[in-house]
Write a protein that binds this ligand. Structure first.
Ligand SMILES: Nc1ncnc2c1ncn2[C@@H]1O[C@H](COP(=O)(O)OP(=O)(O)OP(=O)(O)O)[C@@H](O)[C@H]1O
Ligand SMILES: [Mg+2]
Length: 273
């Protein structure tokens, strides 16, 4: 597998991902075609096809049970599709890779519930996330290099957590924890970030702060954001960004937010509820 991913070793022996392993020469970072997933005969994904351009920020909306989380499970290797094509760039067939290799290839995923180390400080959480060698004893022992210290500082600034860097993560607000978890993902330098309802359960102010953070990441990685909060979606999509509507396991509509919001089928299946 390491040959496929083109991993290399740094001075500390930790494995570094070769970022060039993802071939985006045709402009697409993610390619799904005709993906099918069934659970005991229930078809959660039905011929799902979707493409994401490199460095695009795509919002995905759609009713409960539409298959949004299942789609992320397929992309991250948690669920194997029964049928269909799932590629990262031109060359990496995600249906043939396990979850660890997919993460290693540069896909970071944020689940709805933040998973930070509550008893560690914000700074320590970022430091632990940085360690590419997951053997914990090495992660705890390895002294951060000057470059690593800079990366932690940059991430603290980007996530607006510098002021709470030395507070225990358990003391943070829900919105701050969400930003910390995104910061932890950023420490791995992802090429594609998948975020499943990141604004769920956080205050309006923190929701807008989260939108600002994701907008600031434009150009550094591709993002797929599943969300029900339409103010948040509007803040991310703007007037030009593409929004995909999933319903009953496939794409119901795709276009600018204004376009999908005025689509009769979208209003009927989702917005008009
Ligand atoms: N492991 C599973 N076993 C059985 N059914 C499942 C499983 N995972 C998902 N489903 C079903 O597949 C369908 C799609 O679920 P999914 O969680 O992907 O929807 P979603 O679009 O993320 O919805 P929500 O907006 O509520 O998060 C649902 O009907 C769900 O009950
Ligand atoms: Mg879901």
């Amino acid at each position: 597998m390491s040959a496929i991913l083109g991993t290399a070793s740094d001075a500390s022996g930790a494995h570094l991902r070769d970022r060039d392993a993802i071939d985006v020469t045709h402009g697409q970072i993610l390619y799904l075609e005709d993906v099918e997933v069934s659970f005991d005969g229930f078809r959660a994904l039905r011929g799902l096809s979707l493409m994401l351009a490199n460095n695009e920020l795509r919002c995905i909306i759609g009713p409960n049970g539409a298959g949004k989380t299942t789609m992320m499970d397929v992309i991250t290797g948690k669920t194997r599709p029964d049928k269909g094509t799932v590629f990262l760039g031109q060359t990496l067939d995600l249906t043939k890779m396990d979850e660890a290799s997919i993460a290693q290839a540069g896909i970071g995923r944020k689940f709805q519930k933040p998973t930070v180390f509550e008893n560690h400080t914000v700074w320590q959480n970022l430091d632990l996330a940085r360690a590419t060698d997951k053997r914990w004893f090495r992660a705890l022992r390895a002294k951060p290099s000057p470059a690593a210290l800079r990366a932690i500082d940059d991430t603290l600034q980007r996530t607006a957590l510098t002021g709470v860097a030395h507070r225990a993560a358990g003391e943070l607000s829900h919105g701050q924890k969400q930003r910390l978890e995104i910061g932890m993902l950023l420490m791995q330098e992802p090429r594609l970030l998948l975020l499943d309802e990141p604004a769920a359960g956080i205050s309006d102010d923190e929701t807008m702060q989260l939108a600002e953070l994701l907008n600031s990441l434009r150009g550094t990685c591709s993002m797929m954001v599943v969300e029900h909060d339409m103010a948040f979606v509007a803040a991310l999509a703007g007037e030009q960004g593409r929004v995909t509507v999933l319903a009953e396991g496939s794409v119901l509509a795709e276009g600018t937010l204004a376009q999908v919001q005025s689509d009769e089928r979208v209003i009927e299946s989702y917005l008009g509820r």
